[in-house]
Ligand binder design. Structure first.
Ligand code: NAP
Length: 315
């Protein structure tokens, strides 16, 4: 008998195809009759697969008495109620490492796009304005200071890229890291006051909710730019909009938002922002590697083998 799994998010074919070979898949996300699906199959569901930004609601998990494992197709698992999973012995896996370089590329791209105004420059050319004169002068990122909030796998890969373009790197985590030579800051506000680019790369969830608040943005200042490739929840979005509108900060480059896929209308209308639709890990190569990890975790679990990427809190 193939194990039954519940699909909680829209998943790409490169994950769905191998899943469907090994498991009986129930598509919760697409289902128009979620209650009916639960009534018919809830008792047999042994695994859930969702995305990094998915919320794994307790009310749903409680209705799945046979649930044994949640596999997150992403590195961030802030949507998973870990304490509840611990209590019930539900295993949780994610897809670390394989997406690190792609997400760091997007952070670098956002630094370059905001500093060199690459989107307005493209629009300028497309509008035929070049024949009337040159595009405005922009800001050189080299020589400027970048503060990375969350110097983990992705934060470090971002740091390497920023050093390569001549930026000075500082970081803020809950603890100073041994063998890291970048300047350490104890608080996000202290680092924001020091840097020109504040780059958010820490996990989402309750512990980091609105860590970048009005005070931090004010400290970043009118020559400062906020880059967020982590989670929308880490930044107080209303405070960010006010800071951009009031000119308290210079600009923002965002890949993530508080209520994805909905982006505040006020942000959409701003000139001094670059907005990407959560594409950090969105390459064919990386999504395939992430899909392989999800399948590897599931098959390991159902064959009684050690899980390749069990989240550290449950290890
Ligand atoms: P990681 O290796 O676990 O690194 C997380 C870093 O954040 C660690 O250095 C950690 O250090 C720090 N941190 C944790 N809590 C903090 C706090 N309260 N204040 C300051 N720093 C804190 O994770 P990763 O693989 O680099 O991934 C980071 C995040 O990127 C993920 O959780 C996910 O949300 C996001 N992400 C986004 C995309 C995208 O498509 N845009 C793709 C993948 C991942 P300490 O524990 O010492 O504080």
């Amino acid at each position: 008998m193939k194990p039954e799994v519940l699909l909680l998010a829209p998943l790409p074919d490169l994950l769905l195809a191998p899943l469907k070979e090994e498991f009986v898949c129930h598509d919760w996300h697409q289902s128009k009759d979620k209650d009916g699906l639960l009534n018919r199959h809830g008792a047999n569901i042994r695994a859930i697969i969702g995305a990094g930004g998915t919320t794994y609601h307790l009310s749903l998990l409680r209705d799945l008495p046979s649930l044994q494992i949640i596999c997150v197709f992403g590195v961030g698992y802030d949507g998973v109620p870990l304490d509840y999973c611990k209590q019930r012995g539900i295993r949780v896996t994610n897809t670390p490492d394989v997406l690190t370089e792609d997400v760091a590329d997007i952070a670098l791209a956002l630094v370059l796009m905001t500093s060199r105004k690459l989107v307005p420059a493209t629009k300028f050319l497309q509008a035929g304005l070049w024949t009337r004169g040159n595009f405005e002068l922009t800001t050189k990122p080299g020589g400027k200071r970048a503060g990375i909030l969350g110097l983990g796998r992705i934060g470090k890969a971002i740091a390497r890229r920023l050093e390569a373009i001549g930026m000075q790197v500082g970081y803020c985590c809950r603890e100073k890291q041994p063998n890291v030579s970048y300047q350490y800051f104890f608080s996000p506000a202290e680092m924001a006051a020091w840097c020109h680019y504040l780059i958010v790369a820490c996990p989402g969830g309750e512990q980091t909710k609105n860590l970048v608040n009005a005070q931090v943005l004010f400290a970043l200042g009118s020559d400062g730019t906020l880059i967020n490739i982590a989670r929308g929840s880490v930044v107080d979005e209303n405070a960010l909009i006010s800071a951009l509108q009031g000119g308290f900060i210079k600009g923002a480059g965002l890949d993530v938002y508080a209520e994805e896929p909905y982006v505040p209308k006020k942000l959409l209308k701003m000139e001094n922002v670059v907005l990407l639709p959560h594409v950090g890990s969105g390459t064919m190569e990386t999504r395939k590697a992430m899909a392989d990890l999800v399948v590897a975790n599931l098959t390991a679990y159902f064959n009684g083998k050690p899980l390749p990427t069990l989240v550290p809190e449950l290890a």
